[in-house]
Design a protein around this ligand. Structure first.
Ligand SMILES: [Zn+2]
Length: 66
């Protein structure tokens, strides 16, 4: 019997974050970082309790100034 396809995906770091309440978090907004042009702020919102979490992520754009 093959492994369940979603057995490990819950811990995949590339997936959306999970709220403290255990609910899934959706990307609510994406905006540029205030002082770092190579970073961006990702605001995630929990679908269950409405809690918001802001994560800083490095941009993937190839035109990052050095
Ligand atoms: Zn929550």
């Amino acid at each position: 019997m093959p492994l369940a396809p979603n057995a490990t995906s819950a811990r995949d770091p590339f997936l959306l974050p999970v709220c403290d309440c255990g609910g899934p978090m959706n990307l609510a907004s994406l905006e540029p970082h205030a002082t770092r042009s190579d970073l961006e702020l990702k605001t995630y919102k929990c679908l269950h309790c409405g809690k918001q979490d802001v994560l800083t992520a490095k941009k993937r754009s190839p035109d990052v100034p050095r």
